[in-house]
Structure formats: structure tokens, C-alpha cells
Write a protein that binds this ligand. Structure first.
Ligand SMILES: Cc1cc2nc3c(=O)[nH]c(=O)nc-3n(C[C@H](O)[C@H](O)[C@H](O)COP(=O)(O)OP(=O)(O)OC[C@H]3O[C@@H](n4cnc5c(N)ncnc54)[C@H](O)[C@@H]3O)c2cc1C
Length: 483
């Protein structure tokens, strides 16, 4: 008699294999509003375990979805087949300008190790120390300092991964595959890619200028093209000095307009928070204040301070220069999601669907006008915070009478407006279950066909995280468990 999938996995895998109810429940959720119960959990011990798991998944036609720390906000790491937890892949090796990091490394552990050598890896998601490097690579994550230093995709030199054929590949080292990728993307329509400084939607084929860039195909691919074993990350010297300036504004539109001017002074961050966040800060802001900008510089401190005083249209309330003070105020900003959840009754929360769009900075004020229009039409309210320097805001919608259909309608309408402004439906959180069905609209049919060819090349049997990025089904509402 043929062995069951679990028996087969147990006979070939040295790590853990489990299908107990507790394990399946644990891996059925992440930080999103979705829930999908997987069949089997595999925690590989080594590279051969991953190769064997992919071989078995391929042979038995069951999906295999890699998971990091499960902090993703749109269900990217949830699926129904095998879930592969990379937590045993936790080694870090530091060179002068690079860190060779396995994908299960938790970001906080990497930060600590780099800190000791006065170095840092620039992309800094607000989730802080809790996400994994694999998840950051999978989503092409970023954070406040991506304004100056770019997203993950701009800070990686090499990727080692196992594709859907169970083959180990190192890119851009493998010249044959590099050439093949270049060939597949020959007719890509670059003009259909959003004109924004950060984008985590679809496959980032626009970033491939030469064969040296082909590893960027895998970054942001949400585990749909390969299971990343390790990456060579570019690390930088920690800045010697920083200054964080907090500015209050009586109008959100005024603050949004000011971002364009402030951005010309090369700050390391321009972040936005609305009243929900600043009401939690122990400081007496002006009663008329509607929002704050956090503006950080990590070079030419005195000169930049003079510049910002000249160009700001708001009121500077704080100038922070010690590490302790700066860290304390960044914590307020990083807690915005927590503060927003705290302030909304559970039954009035609308799941994350439109929480991560970005538009070109010169169109940034318009994004708030679109939100006002949506709130009026659907009788919703919104809490807003985010990476203003990148034209990227996180929106938390509140409604007393929401239903699944409203969520989908709002998503269709909001994304339509974002695309009209030349923006992206997701700047850093990825497509996952919430946005994959909108990718064709984002990039057009011709580019979408090229995305499909890339998927078929690395994963011809569609076993790697199926239904994400390439999908013919609508997944925005299905599996919204906690809603
Ligand atoms: C409070 C809060 C704040 C956040 N702030 C930010 C922010 O500022 N910026 C930001 O970018 N994100 C933010 N996020 C979203 C999320 O934390 C990041 O995207 C994070 O990098 C995901 O990492 P993870 O390890 O949890 O990934 P998971 O959720 O486990 O996985 C994410 C995706 O990556 C894939 N993946 C995981 N490991 C691998 C691997 N080894 N190989 C290939 N693919 C892999 C998964 O299949 C999945 O598609 C926030 C989330 C929360 C809850």
C-alpha cells in the first residue's frame, strides 16, 4: 500500500513533522484577519529536509508554503497544504560590508549582532525585532528609514533558495538561470510599474537592469518562486549622530503637502501619525493639532536642522538628540498599529485590505482626499499612520455596519483611485490573500503574463504557496476568519 504523505515525510525528514490539531491551529493564523488550517507542519533541520519536502509535495500534488515569524498582515504565509517553518535556519556570519544570514534568523538577533560591530541593516519594519529575515525577503519589507536607504530589495546582493523543482539555486551567480530570467522579461512594460519609491506588489521585475540583479525576482515573491535558505545582505555603518524632529500640523493636507519640500533635504525618515497615536503620547500638543510628522536626519545635523526650520509649515514641538529620547519617540510611532487596535471595538474593525497603498509623493495630499471620499460614501472612519516620505500610509478602517461586500467594494474603489495616481496597492506588506487578485489590474495583462511565465519557470506544478501573486480566484474575502 502507498505510504500516506505524513508517513512519507516522516521517513525522509530529520526535523519535525506534525499534523496534530494544536500545531495545525497554531499555523492557521498570522497577524492578518485570515485563517486557513494547514494539513501538515514541517520544521526542517537542514537543507536536505527542504529538498525532500518539496520533492514529496511535488509528487503528491500538495502545496508547500514557507513561513517565517507569521507577523505578515495579509495572510501571505497561510495555506492549506504543508507549512514549512524555517526557525532552525538561524545562523549569521558577518563580513566587513555584508552579513550572510539564514532565512529563519529573527530580525532582533541580527540587529544585536550588527550593533556590536556598529553596523546596521537598513530596512526596519515597525514590528521591530519580531519578524524573520525570510519574511522580510518574502514581502520585500521596509520601514521608516527606507526613505533614505531603500527597501529589502535594494539591500541584498545574493539569494540562495530551493525552487519548485527541488533544485538549489544561487542568484545572481547561476549564469544560465540569470540569462533565462532576462529572456523571459525582455518585453516587460516598465511604464505599467507604479511610479513610487517603495513597492511590494507582484514580482519586482522592474528592478532587473542587468544579470547581476536577477536575484531580485525572488525578493517580494512571498514564497511563490522558492524557499529562501539564506541571503547576502548589505550592511552599513551606524550613523554617528541623529536628530529627530517632531512637527505638529493643524491640517493633514498641509502636512502631506509639506512632505515634498522636507524630502528634498535628504532626511533618513519622514513618518506620519494622526490623533489616535499622538493622544497616547505624554505631551501637551496644541488642541488644534490634527497630525504629527516625525522627521529624522542622520547626517549634517546642524545644517539640516536650520533647513527644516525654514521649510516647515507646521510647528516644531520637539528636537530630540540623545539615543534614549530618540528611541522613546520612535516607540510611539512604531506602536501606531497597537494604538489603533486599542481604540477600536473589535466588532467595528474592518480587516487589513487597503492598509498599505503608496502614491508618488507629489500626489500624497490627494490620497487623503480619496480616503475622505470613501469614508463619507461608506460611513466609515479611518485611523492613519505611516511612511509619509514614501507617500505610503497605513489605513485602519472603522465601521459600525460593515459586511464582507462593503470591504470588497471599498478595496476596488480605493485601489482604482490609487492606480489612477500612479501608485501601488501595497508598498511593503505584500499582496497575500488581500491583494493578489488586484495584481493584473496593477500591472496590465501583458506584464501579468510575464509574471505567470516566471512562476511556471521556477514552480511548474504550482506547489509553492499557490493562490498568492498568481491567482485566478478572488481571495480578498474568503477565509476572513476573525472578522
Ligand atoms: C505591528 C506590525 C507592524 C508592522 N510594520 C511593518 C513595517 O513597518 N514595514 C513592513 O514592511 N512590514 C511591517 N509589518 C508586516 C510584517 O511584519 C513584515 O512584512 C515582516 O517582514 C514579515 O516577516 P515574518 O517573518 O513575520 O513573515 P511571515 O508573515 O511568516 O511571511 C511573510 C511572507 O514571506 C514568505 N517567507 C517567509 N520566509 C520565507 C523564506 N525563507 N523564503 C521565501 N519566502 C519566505 C512567506 O511565505 C510569506 O509569503 C508589520 C506587522 C505588524 C504586525
Amino acid at each position: 500500500m502507498e505510504k500516506s504523505i505524513i508517513e512519507l515525510l516522516e521517513s525522509k525528514i530529520q526535523g519535525k513533522v506534525s499534523s496534530t490539531r494544536e500545531f495545525r491551529e497554531f499555523y492557521s493564523v498570522d497577524a492578518s484577519s485570515y485563517k486557513i488550517i494547514p494539513k501538515i507542519i514541517v520544521i526542517p533541520k537542514n537543507e536536505s529536509d527542504i529538498i525532500n519536502a518539496v520533492k514529496i509535495a511535488k509528487k503528491r500534488k500538495i502545496s508547500i508554503t514557507v513561513r517565517g515569524a507569521g507577523t505578515g498582515l495579509v495572510g501571505s504565509a497561510l495555506n492549506s497544504g504543508i507549512i514549512l517553518d524555517m526557525k532552525n535556519f538561524s545562523s549569521i556570519r558577518l563580513d566587513k560590508n555584508y552579513a550572510r544570514v539564514e532565512s529563519g534568523v529573527i530580525k532582533g538577533n541580527l540587529d544585536k549582532k550588527l550593533e556590536a560591530s556598529k553596523k546596521f541593516f537598513p530596512p526596519n519594519p515597525s514590528i521591530g525585532s519580531f519578524c524573520s529575515v525570510g519574511g522580510m525577503l518574502g514581502n520585500n519589507s521596509s520601514g521608516s528609514r527606507s526613505l533614505k536607504y531603500g527597501s529589502v530589495i535594494d539591500n541584498v546582493k545574493e539569494i540562495t533558495f530551493i525552487d519548485g523543482n527541488a533544485k538549489k539555486i544561487i542568484l545572481p551567480k547561476n549564469k544560465t538561470i540569470a540569462k533565462q530570467i532576462k529572456k523571459i522579461i525582455t518585453n516587460i512594460e516598465l511604464e505599467r510599474f507604479p511610479k513610487v519609491s517603495k513597492n511590494s506588489s507582484g514580482y519586482r521585475l522592474d528592478k532587473i537592469k542587468t544579470e547581476k540583479d536577477v536575484h531580485k525576482t525572488i525578493i517580494g515573491s512571498e514564497g511563490t518562486l522558492g524557499i529562501i535558505l539564506s541571503a547576502k545582505l548589505e550592511i552599513k555603518n551606524k550613523p554617528k549622530k541623529q536628530i529627530l524632529i517632531i512637527i505638529e500640523y493643524e491640517s493633514v493636507i498641509k502636512a502631506a503637502k509639506n512632505c515634498l519640500e522636507i524630502n528634498k533635504t535628504n532626511p533618513s525618515a519622514i513618518e506620519f501619525v494622526d490623533k489616535t497615536t499622538f493622544d497616547q503620547i505624554k505631551y501637551k500638543f496644541n488642541k488644534k493639532s490634527k497630525c504629527l510628522l516625525f522627521v529624522e536626519y542622520d547626517e549634517k545635523i546642524n545644517l539640516n536642522e536650520k533647513k527644516i526650520r525654514k521649510i516647515t509649515t507646521g510647528n516644531i514641538v520637539k528636537k530630540l538628540q540623545t539615543q534614549e529620547e530618540i528611541a522613546k519617540w520612535w516607540k510611539y510611532r512604531d506602536s501606531s498599529l497597537h494604538y489603533s487596535l486599542k481604540s477600536i471595538k473589535k466588532e467595528n474593525r474592518i480587516p487589513h485590505i487597503i492598509e498599505d497603498a503608496a502614491v508618488p509623493l507629489e500626489k500624497f495630499p490627494k490620497l487623503f482626499l480619496i480616503l475622505n471620499k470613501i469614508n463619507k460614501k461608506y460611513k466609515t472612519k479611518s485611523i492613519v499612520y505611516g511612511h509619509a516620505g514614501n507617500g505610503n500610509v497605513h489605513v485602519r478602517l472603522i465601521s459600525k455596519r460593515s459586511g464582507n461586500q462593503i470591504i470588497k467594494k471599498i478595496a476596488i474603489e480605493y485601489f482604482e483611485e490609487i492606480l489612477n495616481l500612479g501608485g501601488t496597492i501595497t508598498a511593503e506588506h505584500g499582496d497575500g490573500l488581500a491583494r493578489s487578485e488586484f495584481i493584473k489590474k496593477q500591472y496590465g495583462s501583458k506584464n501579468y503574463k510575464i509574471f505567470k511565465k516566471i512562476k511556471e519557470y521556477f514552480d511548474p506544478d504550482n506547489i509553492l504557496n499557490p493562490g498568492k501573486i498568481i491567482t485566478s480566484k478572488s481571495t480578498v474575502i474568503r477565509n476572513l476568519e476573525k472578522f
